[in-house]
Design a protein around this ligand. Structure first.
Ligand code: NAI
Length: 330
């Protein structure tokens, strides 16, 4: 198939190229994001391959259909950037990489949590400057602490395994509870109870209309004072303005983010020479107890290998059977 691959970085070319080493598909790599003004770049292609910040709304899908595109292959698990109804209306199939490495994301969530509770990010800076004092670096044990896991799908379940290994008490919430989490000693409780009882809250639920601003002013009001929150899922699960207020009044004791609700214009590029225009994000950067990574939880060799292989397998299946291996339907 002829495939226009949007938003590519050198690592995408490496891993997708390796998965397509047999040359089954003609991959055309573009740095541009997919958006209404760039959709025409895919004219003549059978498929486009996109990532999390590409726009796959009704306007873009209409333009892609006009240019002959029949498949949108997401090289990601989340598909909140896709208008599924519009895709169906245009007869465009959507597919994704549902499970490339839940370990990559769950382990990154734990890495953020460990850094926050032991202040490793601050210690690293101090030691480099010859400051070996410990004041201000006091941490807490994770063992025995109550952690609330919101969303126990693939990533949330792996996270529960890790948390169980640390000897934490696991509370969970998910409309579809699973037995593995229960077998690990996890207890499913309503969201409000999880918010009220947890000392640490990690978010592993997808972004949907239901989960938009799941943690808002009202949710922060219910939490224990000094709660630690880690979000590696999607930024808009947290109302950033409410989070900043909760950081200022001490409700949130530590905040770890790999995602941010307005990250599209920020993440995945080197902006070290420019002035950050997003005042909320700039404010987040000023807190000593906030640790931010720029959507890198998925970014391991293992995950990129699986993403490349599964994306090519989706294209193979579509070329062979007219249906991708991992379709997304409404
Ligand atoms: P999954 O589909 O296996 O699991 C999601 C779970 O969340 C399901 O069990 C579902 O029932 C549950 N859920 C849905 N709405 C909920 C709600 N309102 N409250 C509580 N639970 C809810 O998805 P997976 O693979 O575990 O991924 C989770 C999310 O992680 C993805 O949707 C994606 O947004 C994010 N992600 C982030 C990455 C990163 O690099 N930071 C990389 C990969 C995924």
């Amino acid at each position: 198939m002829r495939v226009t691959v949007f938003s590519t970085k050198p690592y995408d070319r490496t891993f997708l190229g390796a998965a397509n080493a047999a040359g089954a598909h003609e991959l055309r790599f573009l740095e541009a994001h997919l958006a209404p003004e760039t959709a025409a770049l895919a004219d003549g292609a059978d498929a486009v391959c996109v990532f999390v910040h590409d726009v796959v709304d009704a306007t873009v899908l209409a333009r892609l259909a006009e240019g002959g595109v029949r498949l949108v292959a997401l090289r990601a698990a989340g598909y909140n950037n896709v208008d599924l109804a519009a895709a169906a209306a245009h007869g465009i199939a959507i597919c994704r990489v549902p499970a490339y490495s839940p370990y990559a994301v769950a382990e990154h969530a734990m890495a953020l949590l460990l850094a926050l509770v032991r202040r490793t990010h601050r210690a690293w800076n101090r030691v480099r400057e010859g400051n070996f004092a410990l004041e201000g670096l006091l941490g807490v044990d994770l063992h025995g602490r109550t952690i609330g896991v919101v969303g126990t799908g693939r990533i949330g379940t792996v996270f529960c395994r890790i948390a169980a290994g640390f000897g934490m008490e696991i509370l969970a919430t998910d409309p579809f509870p699973n037995d593995e989490v229960r077998a690990l000693g996890g207890r499913y409780v309503p969201l409000d109870e999880l918010l009220e009882r947890s000392e640490i809250i990690v978010l592993h639920a997808p972004l949907t209309p239901d989960s938009y601003h799941l943690l808002d002013r009202e949710a922060f009001r219910r939490m224990r004072r000094g709660v630690t929150i880690v979000n590696t899922s999607r930024g808009a699960l947290i109302d950033t303005e409410a989070a900043i207020a909760a950081l200022k009044d001490g409700t949130i004791g530590r905040l770890g983010l790999d995602v941010y609700e307005e990250e599209e214009g920020l993440f995945f590029e080197d902006r070290s020479g420019s002035v950050i225009q997003d005042d909320l994000f700039a404010r987040l950067l000023t807190f000593p107890n906030v640790l931010i990574t720029a959507h890198q939880a998925f970014f391991t060799e293992d995950a990129l290998t699986r993403i490349g292989e599964t994306t090519i397998a989706n294209l193979d299946a579509y070329a062979r059977d007219g249906a991708p291996l991992h379709p997304v339907t409404g």
